[in-house]
Design a protein around this ligand. Sequence first.
Ligand code: KIV
Ligand code: ZN
Length: 391
Amino acid sequence: MSDNKVQIFDTTLRDGEQVPGCKLNTEQKLVIAEQLDNLGVDIIEAGFPVSSPGDFKSVEEISKLVKNATVCGLTRSVENDIKVAAEALKYAKTPRIHTGIGTSESHIKFKFKSNQDDIIERAVKAVSYAKSFVEDVEFYAEDAGRTDNAYLARVCEAVIKAGATVLNIPDTTGYCLPSEYGAKIKYLKENVKGIDKAILSCHCHNDLGLATANSIEGVINGARQIECTINGIGERAGNTALEEVVMILRQHPHLNLDTNINSEMLYGLSQLVSDNMGIYTQPNKAIVGANAFAHSSGIHQDGVIKNRETYEIIDPKDVGVTESAIVLTARSGRAALAYRAKNVGYELTKLQLDEIYASFLEFADKKKEIDDNDIHKIIESSRLYKEITSA
Ligand code: KIV
Ligand code: ZN
């Protein structure tokens, strides 16, 4: 792997599917997994095989289906979880077991009623056991975001020795500031013996709306894998949004970091996941929201009509959106009305536009959005209709 490639680990089908009400059946998971593979994700986390027979079956079927991506199954640091995951992954061309344990003070004290040394022992045992089934073993230090860096480094060093190929540093509770998360990754890069044998991975939750920013800080500071989901779905406030990190890296080539993602598929994948999970995407969602390329204020519309780049940093086609939308509302200006009228067949002179614009504003004050039919109605009911259509 080249040093400027960031691996995309998609966990839509595992962390994403944990969202209440978003459960998918195996057929739906297969459709999404196939599209994720076509999208170019490097790893598909297909599920948590020990959690239910349905999840086991989904991981098994996805393992048979996927052609390019590594297929990964989640486990706790529990022998049976690992054995079951290995069984579910047995048909995968490149299988990965993702095992781990909580490492923060609160997880050690309240969840495990244990101590730091015991946690390291359990982590090492889990990785060694997973290694007896597959070569590629990813270790997660759950709640790493709130784990003391020196202790986290000890955990990482021990699991690398046991054979972990990837070290997942989750900000499970979405607590870290980007500077803190970046510093954590840097600290591990600089203080863990044998770190060059493993890839550091970011898995950031969005409780404070910082998941994407934290993941980007992570890769700037040396991580080379981002765990993310389509539309940013996931536990509570969600995970890092795949479409966001991919486009941030692409729009900032000076970072010299990129992914294998075919970005033109992003909008389609977003719709597919949203339709199957029955969870709608907020209109102002970055990259894939309905308004991400829609312009409604007169000043912006005038700029975009003159040159798209005045108000857009991404060409919508690059993410699979056919074109920017000029939305007509009472805040729109003459340029937008002329543009939309032209699209439905009316070429207006300046004087005609002035008069039609006055009727348009009256209409728009009563209605949230003016559609093509409304434009016809406005022009047809104008005293200038004949003049406009005979030109
Ligand atoms: O958020 C988290 O810590 C997780 C782990 C299980 C990887 O999802
Ligand atoms: Zn998570």
